[in-house]
Write a protein that binds this ligand. Structure first.
Ligand code: SF4
Ligand code: SF4
Length: 96
């Protein structure tokens, strides 16, 4: 059996670096946006675990908001939040 090596792949088949989504403001893709309610939030961090875009902003172990530069508006955080502290709202632009 021949040895398999990544260097032998065609250059077009490789992604040069990981984390490239950081270079693009993917939040412009949204058609809905999540609205976080600080009063209702229990700080369980489930939304932070589930968000596929790392768009739940956390500081010192607590949720502090949504990073709308990268949130794509998938709505997973709304579905997973136990106390329903995140609600999706129409439109890509966050209120206020
Ligand atoms: S809507 Fe999706 S991308 Fe945006 S914060 Fe919630 S889980 Fe993350
Ligand atoms: S899942 Fe809901 S309750 Fe838990 S940290 Fe996120 S917003 Fe707060």
């Amino acid at each position: 059996m021949k040895e398999w090596r990544a260097e032998k792949l065609m250059p077009g088949a490789l992604i040069p670096l990981g984390g490239t989504a950081r270079w693009y403001k993917t939040g412009s893709w949204r058609s809905e946006h999540p609205v976080w309610n600080e009063e209702t939030c229990k700080q369980c961090l489930i939304c932070w675990i589930y968000c596929p875009d790392g768009a739940i902003k956390v500081k010192e172990g607590k949720v502090i908001g949504i990073d709308y530069d990268y949130c794509k508006g998938c709505g997973i955080c709304e579905v997973e939040c136990p106390p329903e502290a995140i609600k999706m709202a129409e439109g890509g632009e966050p209120d206020g």
